[in-house]
Structures are given as C-alpha cells and as structure tokens.
Design a protein around this ligand. Sequence first.
Ligand code: SUG
Length: 451
Amino acid sequence: MTREVNFDGLVGPTHNYAGLSHGNVASLTHRGAVSRPREAALQGLAKMKALADLGLPQAILPPHERPDIAALRAFGFSGRREADLLAAAAKQAPALLAAACSASAMWVANAATLTPSSDSADGRVHFTPANLASKLHRSLEPAQTARSLRAIFHSEKHFAHHPPVPGAQGFGDEGAANHTRLAPSAAHRGLHVYVYGHRALAHPAEAPRLRFPSRQALEASEAVARAHGLPARQAAFVQQAPAAIDAGVFHNDVISVGNDDCLLHHEKAFARGPRAIAELKAAYARLHRGRELVAVRVPARRVSLADAVRSYLFNTQLVTLAPGRMALVAPAECREIKAVSAYLDDLIADPANPISELHVFNLRESMRNGGGPACLRLRVTLSAEERAALPPGVWINDQSYPRLVEWVKKHYRETLAPRDLADPRLLEESRRALDALTKLLGLGNIYPFQS
Ligand code: SUG
C-alpha cells in the first residue's frame, strides 16, 4: 500500500539561539538565549515515537556536521588546528561562526521538495534539495542534505536525485515547506500546490513591497516541477499574501496545511484570497473527476494573523489515521493562546471537516527558533516496494527509539550559550555523536569528517 512517511529531522548537538532568521519572529525574539540541545532532541524523538504509535510510518533524517569547518574555511579562516580556526572566527566574525554552528537542518520541511512515483514522468520518486539561498546559515545545508538523501534513498530503480535550483539573489527555494500535495489518498495522483512569495524575474516595480524577506521564488518552484516531470495539470502555483509575509509568515507552512483532500488555511494566507482557493478546487475536481477538495478557511475574526504566527496553529501536521479520519498534531503553544485553543475545539467538533482528533506536543526548544511540528518533518509518499528499499535503521519503532534516546543522553549537552559555540570540545563531541549515529542508522559514511 502507498503511504505517506514522515521523515523527521533529528535536532543536532549544537542547537542554539543565534537570531539568524530575519522575518522569523521566534528566531529574532530568542536571540542569545541559552538553549537545551538534549531536551530539544528528546522532544523531537518523543513526537516521532508518538506518531509511530498512532500507526503512522515514521523515519528519521540525521543532523548535519556542525560547526561547519568547511564553511569557515571558505570564509578565509585557516589553520591546521581546528581549535585555532574556531577561536579566530569567534574573535573576528562571531556572526559567521554562529551561522556555521546552526542546527537549522533539523527543520527538514526545508530540506527538499519531492514528487512521488505516482506523479512523476518516469515512475520514480524525485528529490530536489532546497537551495535555502535566502539565509546564510541555511544555505550551508544543501550539500549534506543531498548526501543524506542519497544514502537513504539509494536505489536508482526507485529514486531520482536532482541538484538544487541555482541560488542567485531572489531565486530562493525553501523546499516542501511551500509545497502541498492534495489527493483523495496517498495512493492517488496528486495536485501539487507550490506557494511562492515573489517572481525573481519580475520587473522591480511589480515586486511586492515588503518589510520582511520573501524566501520562495516562483521560478524555483517551476524548476522543481519541471525537473520532476510533473504533468502541467497536476501543478498549481499560488502566491502568498505579502501582508502574511510581513506578519512573520516566512514559509507557507506557517499559514496553511494540507493533507489528502483537506486544506486548512487562514483566510489571509494567499494574495488572491478566495479566488486562489476556488481555482485550487476547480483544478482538484478536474484531476479527480468531480471530487471535492475540502477547503477549511480560518477567519481572521477567530484567529488573527499574529495569533496564527505565535501559536503555529498552521504548522501543525495533518495526518490520516484511517480513511476520512484525520488528526492534527499541534505544538503546546496552540493551547496557550485562548482564541486558538477555542478555535481548535470547534474545528475538531465540526462534522463538516475530516479533522477529528488533536494531539498536542511540547516542542518548545524548536518552537523558540520558529520550528513547529510540521517544520520538523519531510513528507515522503512511498509504495510498499519503495519503503522496502530503505535502510532498516531509519525507522522509528519500539527497538530504535530507546537506542536513539540513549544516544542523545550520552552525547548531548544539557545547555548551550552563545559563547560555547567556539569551544573545540563541542566540535569533537558533535563528531563523535554523528559517527555513532550513522552506525545506529546503518547509513555508512555520510559526513565530510568521516572521509
Ligand atoms: O529557517 N529558523 C528556521 C525555522 C524554519 C522553520 N521551517 C518551516 N517553517 N518549515 C528558519 O527561519 C533560526 C535559527 C536561529 O536563529 O538560531 C532558524 O533558522
């Protein structure tokens, strides 16, 4: 049976709060705070295990090697001893060191965009790592993302890997965070909805005037759909509302979430408002012979844009538990904001939509950097044969979970303050941890330090 598999990014040992993401309200607010890497990784693992226990296929993507010594060398820091190199970076360019230490690869919704085998031209699953060109710390991710994806999805019979879209100024691609696949079920062909903030090639006079950066270019989404061989009638390109970006909606998954035939969205999510939704409904009906897309619109009078961003109501995971029965996987912040909590109670109770359960998780450490439940996972729709082609160590289950918890407890620090990033022992600890992890997951050597 074809099913959606959630691959969650495991929080890396250098998880910290460096305030690196202009336009991401939580990241800016927590700049300089002391982080708790061990707790962060355990919170993420607990969510993975809970979803596996609900009967959902759940797997894991490994963290990246940080501090990224190769990136610091590319910025001109040299020296045979890595400790000296870190000390020089801390002294001369602390902001570069912070970028090279970010554990941002945990938010794997930004790792790649993919097309399942049911929708691609050659019947394989296609992957394009996101270029993440709009933020320095995130632009360091694509090379390792590509290595990790190739190690996990290694069968050429089933999987095709593309290079990231070239990342010139304005050509940002932020991966699956701006992509939703709508279909009656995982097994059906899907309508792929790509949400973009701007056109990179538009005349400057036509560009939306923004306070915060728009991170996704239409041209990047078009390139991904083209490279994957997605038929035109299965692709829809929808512009984000500029006002949403300026309210802190730096990715579409902060303001809408779709699953199967259901699209939960804020009324202010899209530039063309109800017309955008009407067009999606029409495209969906054309593709699926008159079937209806259930578009659940959350009005601003119930949940303001600001509350949507503070609570991450739309960064929930919407998952199918059984045909026609869906659950929402939400961060604890959704219960702490009155208007959002009340809205969720009404949503669950309303028989007009398929969402009938709410599961709440404490993901506080990631949330403080603007990463909710949906940011932490990459959805990969796979047939049974494709699932069987994966290394068995990547699955979360009763055997792997306790081992991973042990691994975190052995290798991760309790706390990390900004000044700790230059500590050469942190580099050693991280590498030791990742070396042990690749063995646990059965991935072989995937990191530069292992070669
Ligand atoms: O790119 N935060 C990430 C959060 C990504 C959330 N992902 C999705 N919405 N899919 C970002 O803004 C903050 C890092 C720091 O400030 O230390 C950060 O990179």
